[in-house]
Design a protein around this ligand. Structure first.
Ligand code: GLA
Ligand code: ZN
Length: 690
C-alpha cells in the first residue's frame, strides 16, 4: 500500500481551498468580478470550480459560442495565482436545446417526458444529447485544455437519476442481451415463472414502472445496474471528448450520498473522487452521531480509489434546502472542514463562492454574502481555514492506514431494501452499517469502506453487516481471508441471495455457512417496542458479561462448529445462540444473530479489534464524542483530534512524542479541546512506508 500519493495536480501541490464559482451570473457587473479575485486571495483560496451549469452562457444559441467571458475569467484567475477545475456544462442544458430536441429531456418511470426546467433532467442515452455534449466539451478542451490555470475536469454535476424513454428501453434490452445471452437464462435468473411473468420476446421487457412491473426483484436489480452502467457510459463519453487535447488533466465527477449509482463502478472511469457533503450540524447539542456518519462517507469516498479524494462542495455556513437550516456554530467550520482532511481529503471546497442574487439558491450559504464584503463571520471563518490549510500543506498525498474494512455493496443495498422480507417497516441497512462503523470510529480505528470485489489483502478485520446479497465468490474470498488469519464479523440476514436475488438453497447463510460455522434457520422482524436480549455466557472469549438489549431483528440459528458466546434471553428463543465465534484456519469469524445496540457494539469491537491486533489512532481511551484519525506517509503520522461532543473535553495522549502542528511545540500528556475544537499533532510514524 502506497503511503504517499502525488498531489492531485502537479500545478497545485498544496491542499486545495476554494468554491464553485459562477461569474456568468454577474457578467453585467464587471466590478463584482474584480472584487471576487481580491476576496479570493484574502480568503486563502487557491482553486475555483468554474463553468458548472454554464451552457447557456457558453452556447446561447445552437452553434453560436461565446467563450470570451471564460477566456477573461481563466486569465484573471491565473494572473492571481488561482487555479480552476473546469466543468463540462452538461448538468443543465439551454432552453433552445430542449425546445428543438425534446428527446434530450428525461422520461420518468411513469413514462411521461419532463418539460424543460430544473437541472439533471436529461437522457443519458439520447444521441442528440451525447452529440451536443461532446461538441461543447471538445470546444472547451481545445480552448482551455492547456490553459495554465486549469488543473482538471469537473465532469457535469452530481450525476444521478434514470430515464425511461424509448432509447433507454432499447439500451436496457441490449445490456440484458449482452449479460444473459438468451431469454431462457434471463427468465431463470429473474425467476419469472412466478405470477406468469415469463418473457417470450426481448421487446416485452420494460424498465420498472409504478403502473407496470415492480415485483420482479431481479429486474429491479438489473435496472439499477443498467442505470449505473449507462450513466458511466455517458460520463466516459464526456471524458473522451475532453481528454484528447491534454490527456494529463485529471477528471473528476462530484458525487453525493445517493443510493442510485454504484459509485464503486463509477470510480473506474474517474481519476480523482470528489464528493459534496452537507451535514445538518447542530441538530442536537452533541454532533457526534452525525459526525460519525459523515466520517463514514469520507471513508467510503476515499476507499473508492484508495487515495486522497476531494471535498468538492460543502457549505461555509448553512444550506437552504434542509428542513431546518442552521448556521455553523463557532469552530464548526474549521472542525467539519478538517474532518474531511483527516479522513483523506486533499481539498476543502464550497458551494458557492458568491451568493446568487435570485432564483432557488439565493439563500444558500456562500463565502461572499449579499452584503458583498469580507466583514462577515462566515468570510472570516473561511479565511481562517485558508490559513490553516496553507500551514498544514505537507499532509497532501498522505494515506489513511486502515486495517479494518466494512463491506458495503450497492447491489446488496438495493436488493436488501427491495427484498420484501422480515421487516418492511424498516430494515435499516444503512443505519446498521453506520452503527458498526461508529463503534470503530469511537475508538479511533481507521476503516475503509470496500466492496466485495475489492481486494481483502492487508486488512486484519472485515465487518460485513447484513451481507444479504452474497455471491459464491464473495463467500470463498471471505473464507480464505479468515483461514489466512483475518477476523470476520457478520450479522443476521447475510448470505441469503446470490447476484440475481435468487435465494441460496440448502441453508443460510449460504456461501458463508462454513466460514461462520452456523446454520440460520428462521428470521423475524420485531415491532419497535418489542425486545429480546443477549446474555453473555460465563467465561466467553470476549470477556463480556451481563445482558444486552436486542431489538428489531432476531434470527434463530444452530451452531455447526461455532462456539456460542451468548444466548437469547426471551420468548421461545431463550437459551438459543445469539452470538457465536467460529475458528477457521488461522482466523476467527463472529456471527451476531440479532440486532444489538450501541452499548454492545462498543464493548464487542473494543475486544475484537484488540484481539485482531488492529491499530488505533491513540492508545488511550477517547472521551465521548471525540474522534481521532491518522494520516501517514510512513515517516510522520498526522493525528487529528476532533471534538464533536458539544462539551469541552480532555484527551489523554499515549506515551509517544507529539508536536502541535499549529504552534510547533511539543505536547504533554493531556490536550484540552473546546466545544467544536480540533487539534492537529505530529508524531513519528508507527506505520511502515509501504
Ligand atoms: C449540490 C449541487 C450544487 C448546489 C448544492 C447546494 O451539491 O451540486 O450545485 O445545488 O447542492 O447545497
Ligand atoms: Zn432516455
Amino acid at each position: 500500500m502506497t503511503r504517499q500519493h502525488a498531489p492531485i495536480s502537479p500545478k497545485l501541490p498544496g491542499l486545495m481551498h476554494g468554491a464553485d464559482y459562477n461569474p456568468d451570473q454577474w457578467l453585467h457587473d464587471p466590478a463584482v468580478l474584480e472584487e471576487d479575485v481580491r476576496l479570493m486571495k484574502l480568503a486563502g483560496c487557491n482553486v475555483m470550480a468554474v463553468g458548472i451549469f454554464s451552457w447557456a452562457s457558453l452556447e446561447p444559441n445552437e452553434g453560436q459560442f461565446t467563450f470570451e467571458w471564460m477566456d477573461q475569467l481563466l486569465d484573471r484567475l491565473h494572473a492571481n495565482g488561482i487555479f480552476a477545475w473546469l466543468a463540462t456544462p452538461s448538468g443543465a442544458r439551454p432552453a433552445w436545446m430542449s425546445q428543438k430536441y425534446p428527446e434530450v429531456l428525461r422520461v420518468e418511470s411513469n413514462r411521461v417526458r419532463n418539460l424543460h426546467g430544473m437541472r439533471h433532467n436529461h437522457c443519458y442515452t439520447s444521441p442528440v444529447y451525447r452529440e451536443k455534449t461532446s461538441l461543447i466539451n471538445r470546444k472547451l478542451a481545445e480552448r482551455y485544455g492547456n490553459h495554465p490555470a486549469v488543473v482538471g475536469w469537473h465532469i457535469s454535476n452530481e450525476f444521478g437519476g434514470d430515464c425511461h424513454c424509448d432509447y433507454c428501453q432499447v439500451a436496457f434490452r441490449d445490456w440484458l442481451k449482452a449479460k444473459y445471452g438468451s431469454l431462457d437464462a434471463l427468465n431463470r435468473a429473474w425467476w419469472t415463472a412466478f405470477w406468469a411473468h415469463t418473457y417470450t420476446s426481448w421487446d416485452q421487457i420494460e424498465s420498472p414502472a409504478p403502473h407496470g412491473e415492480t415485483m420482479v426483484h431481479g429486474l429491479n436489480l438489473d435496472w439499477r445496474r443498467f442505470v449505473t452502467s449507462q450513466t458511466i457510459d455517458f460520463c466516459r463519453h464526456e471524458i473522451d471528448s475532453v481528454r484528447s487535447v491534454n490527456p494529463s488533466l485529471p477528471a473528476t465527477a462530484n458525487m453525493h450520498m445517493i443510493e442510485g449509482l454504484d459509485y464503486r463502478k463509477f470510480s473506474e472511469v474517474l481519476d480523482v473522487i470528489s464528493w459534496d457533503s452537507y451535514p445538518t450540524w447542530h441538530d442536537y447539542k452533541d454532533d457526534s452521531q452525525l459526525a460519525a456518519s459523515v466520517a463514514f462517507y469520507h471513508d467510503l469516498f476515499r476507499s473508492l480509489k484508495q487515495k486522497p479524494f476531494m471535498l468538492m462542495e460543502s457549505t461555509p455556513s448553512l444550506t437552504n434546502w434542509q428542513p431546518v437550516s442552521k448556521l455553523k456554530r463557532p469552530g464548526m467550520h474549521q472542525l467539519s472542514s478538517l474532518q474531511a482532511v483527516a479522513h483523506g481529503s486533499d481539498s476543502v471546497q464550497y458551494f458557492q463562492w458568491r451568493k446568487s442574487r435570485g432564483s432557488s439558491e439565493k439563500f444558500h450559504g456562500a463565502v461572499i454574502d449579499h452584503a458583498g464584503h469580507e466583514n462577515t463571520r462566515v468570510f472570516q471563518d473561511v479565511a481562517h481555514l485558508g490559513q490553516t490549510l496553507n500551514h498544514i500543506s505537507e499532509i497532501v498525498g498522505t494515506a489513511t492506514p486502515a486495517e479494518t474494512a466494512i463491506l458495503f455493496d450497492w447491489d446488496n443495498r438495493w436488493a436488501l431494501k427491495d427484498s420484501q422480507g422480515p421487516r418492511n417497516m424498516g430494515i435499516k441497512y444503512e443505519e446498521t452499517v453506520y452503527a458498526h462503523h461508529r463503534a470503530l470510529w469511537k475508538q479511533g480505528i481507521a476503516t475503509d469502506i470496500i466492496g466485495s470485489e475489492d481486494s481483502f489483502d492487508g486488512y486484519r478485520l472485515i465487518v460485513a453487516p447484513m451481507l444479504y446479497l452474497c455471491r459464491e465468490e464473495t463467500g470463498s474470498k471471505l473464507q480464505q481471508f479468515v483461514e489466512q488469519g483475518g477476523t470476520l464479523v457478520s450479522t443476521y440476514w447475510s448470505g441469503i441471495v446470490n447476484e440475481s436475488d435468487l435465494c441460496h438453497l440448502g441453508g443460510f447463510p449460504g456461501p458463508l455457512r462454513k466460514t461462520l460455522g452456523i446454520w440460520a434457520e428462521e428470521i423475524e422482524g420485531l415491532y419497535d417496542d418489542d425486545r429480546n436480549g443477549l446474555k453473555m455466557l460465563n467465561d466467553n472469549v470476549l470477556g463480556l458479561s451481563g445482558t444486552y438489549e436486542a431489538h428489531e431483528i432476531c434470527e434463530l440459528i444452530h451452531t455447526e462448529g461455532a462456539e456460542v458466546l451468548g444466548v437469547y434471553t426471551d420468548d421461545f428463543y431463550v437459551g438459543r445462540p445469539a452470538l457465536t465465534l467460529n475458528r477457521l484456519g488461522h482466523g476467527r469469524a463472529y456471527y451476531i444473530a440479532t440486532r444489538l445496540k450501541e452499548d454492545f457494539l462498543s464493548d464487542f469491537y473494543a475486544t475484537v479489534t484488540a484481539e485482531a491486533g488492529v491499530n488505533r489512532a491513540l492508545q488511550t481511551k477517547l472521551p465521548q464524542g471525540v474522534s481521532a484519525t491518522v494520516r501517514t506517509n510512513g515517516t510522520t503520522d498526522y493525528v487529528f483530534l476532533m471534538n464533536f461532543s458539544g462539551e469541552p473535553q480532555q484527551v489523554e495522549l499515549d506515551e509517544r512524542n507529539y508536536t502541535d502542528m499549529e504552534t510547533g511545540d511539543s505536547v504533554s500528556s493531556t490536550i484540552g479541546l473546546p466545544v467544536n475544537g480540533v487539534r492537529l499533532l505530529k508524531r513519528q510514524s508507527t506505520y511502515s512506508e509501504s
